[in-house]
Design a protein around this ligand. Structure first.
Ligand code: TXA
Ligand code: MG
Length: 346
C-alpha cells in the first residue's frame, strides 16, 4: 500500500462529501467519533470491509462495530430486538455505547467475524453522523490504529499509523472521550459488559434493571475458553515499552519508584503526584477525574514511545465509573502485568 493520504478538515462540508463518496465507492476512510477515530467502510459490502482488515492488519476473527445514524436502522440489522436494547438506545444513543445483538442476514459474515451477533453503535460525533447519512449506508469502523497499537484520539495519531494506507483522514479535532465505546451484549440474559467505556455498568444497570461485568474486563482471558468478545483475546494498546500497573498508596509507590530509576524508565502518575515523583513522569490527570484520564491515556502511551521509554510504571486508576475503562485499557497495555507495591518486601 502506497497511497497519497489527505488530511481533510471536517468542518468543511465538501470534505465530508468527499469522504462519503469514497465510502460509497467501497473504499475506506479514517473518521472522527467522540470516543476514538474509526477506520470506516460500508458495513454491508464485504469487499469494502475486507479492506479494513487489510489496512489495519486486523485478525479476521475480531468482529467490527456497525455505526448507524438513526435508531430505526437497528431493525434491518438485527433479527431480534430485546426490550432492554430499545431502552438502552433511548438512554444512551447517540453516544459511546455499542450493543451486541442477534444479527440479521444482511450483515456480511466478515463484518461480524462469522458470529451470529453484530455490534451496533449510534455515535454522537456530528461529523460521524453526517458522514453516515451522506454515505447512505451503515459504516463498519474499528479504531483507526494499526492492530495492537494504542487507539487514535486525534487525526495526527491516525496519520502516524495509516499514512500511505488510506486516501483520506477526516480531521474532526481531538476526541473528547478518548477510550472506545462500552460494548454490552444483549444476546441472552442480563446485559453483559464485554468492554467498559464512558457508559458505565452502573448506568446500564439503572436503565436496564441488571448488568453483569464479564470477567475479561479484569483478567487475561483463558486461551482455551470460548470468549464472548473475540477482540479481548488480541494484544491491544501496547506501546513499545513494557508497562506495569502499580497497586498501592502513593507513599508505597514512591518508595518503589525511587528504586527503579534508570535510562528509559518512566512513570505515569496522577496530576497531584507529578511534582513529587522520583522518576521522569507524565500525568494521567487528576486522580479524581476519570474523564480526564480517559481522554489522555492513548495519547500518553504514544508519547512514551516518542520519549524512548522502555519501562513504564503506571498508577492503577480506580475501577469504578469511567475509571474502569481506563483501568481496563491500562492493564491490557501492560499485558496484564500488575504489582501490589504495599506488600511486604517491595
Ligand atoms: O468507540 C468505539 O467503539 C470505536 C469507534 C470507532 O466507534 N470502535 C472500536 O472498534 O473500538 P474496535 O473494532 O476497535 O473494537 C470493537 C470491539 C472488539 O473488542 C470486538 O471484539 C467487539 O467490539 N465486538 C464487535 N462485534 C462483536 C460481536 N458481535 N460480539 C462480541 N463482541 C463484538
Ligand atoms: Mg480497537
Amino acid at each position: 500500500m502506497n497511497l497519497t493520504t489527505q488530511l481533510l478538515d471536517a468542518s468543511d462540508p465538501q470534505n465530508i462529501e468527499k469522504a462519503a463518496a469514497l465510502l460509497r465507492q467501497g473504499e475506506v476512510a479514517a473518521i472522527p467519533t467522540e470516543t476514538v477515530y474509526g477506520l470506516a467502510a460500508n458495513a454491508l459490502d464485504e469487499r469494502a470491509v475486507a479492506k479494513i482488515f487489510e489496512v489495519k492488519g486486523r485478525p479476521s476473527d475480531n468482529p467490527l462495530i456497525v455505526h448507524i445514524a438513526e435508531v430505526d436502522e437497528l431493525k434491518e440489522l438485527t433479527s431480534r430486538l430485546p426490550d432492554a436494547a430499545l431502552e438502552l438506545a433511548r438512554r444512551f444513543w447517540p453516544g459511546p455505547l455499542t450493543m451486541v445483538l442477534p444479527s440479521s442476514s444482511i450483515v456480511p459474515a466478515l463484518t461480524r467475524a462469522g458470529l451470529d451477533s453484530v455490534g451496533i453503535r449510534l455515535p454522537a460525533h456530528p461529523v460521524a453522523r453526517k458522514l453516515i447519512k451522506a454515505a447512505g449506508v451503515p459504516l463498519a469502523a474499528p479504531s483507526a490504529n494499526i492492530s495492537g497499537r494504542p487507539s487514535p484520539t486525534s487525526a495526527a495519531h491516525c496519520f502516524e499509523d495509516l499514512a500511505g494506507r488510506v486516501q483520506v483522514i477526516l480531521d474532526g479535532g481531538p476526541c473528547n472521550i478518548g477510550v472506545e465505546s462500552t460494548v454490552v451484549s444483549l444476546t441472552d440474559g442480563a446485559p453483559r459488559v464485554l468492554r467498559p467505556g464512558a457508559v458505565t455498568p452502573e448506568q446500564i444497570k439503572a436503565a436496564a434493571g441488571s448488568v453483569v461485568i464479564d470477567p475479561v474486563v479484569y483478567q487475561k482471558p483463558d486461551p482455551d475458553a470460548p470468549v464472548a468478545s473475540p477482540g479481548v483475546k488480541h494484544t491491544h494498546y501496547a506501546p513499545k515499552a513494557e508497562v506495569v500497573v502499580l497497586h498501592g498508596n502513593w507513599e508505597s509507590c514512591k518508595r518503589f519508584l525511587a528504586k527503579q530509576a534508570g535510562e528509559g524508565v518512566w512513570a505515569l502518575v496522577f496530576e497531584e503526584e507529578l511534582a513529587d515523583c522520583p522518576l521522569s513522569a507524565l500525568s494521567l490527570g487528576p486522580s479524581g477525574s476519570d474523564e480526564t484520564q480517559a481522554m489522555r491515556l492513548f495519547a500518553l502511551l504514544r508519547e512514551l514511545d516518542e520519549k524512548g521509554a522502555r519501562q513504564v510504571y503506571a498508577r492503577a486508576p480506580r475501577q469504578e465509573g469511567v475509571g474502569l475503562a481506563v483501568y481496563n485499557r491500562l492493564i491490557r497495555a501492560a499485558g496484564f502485568r500488575q504489582l501490589a507495591v504495599d506488600r511486604e518486601g517491595l
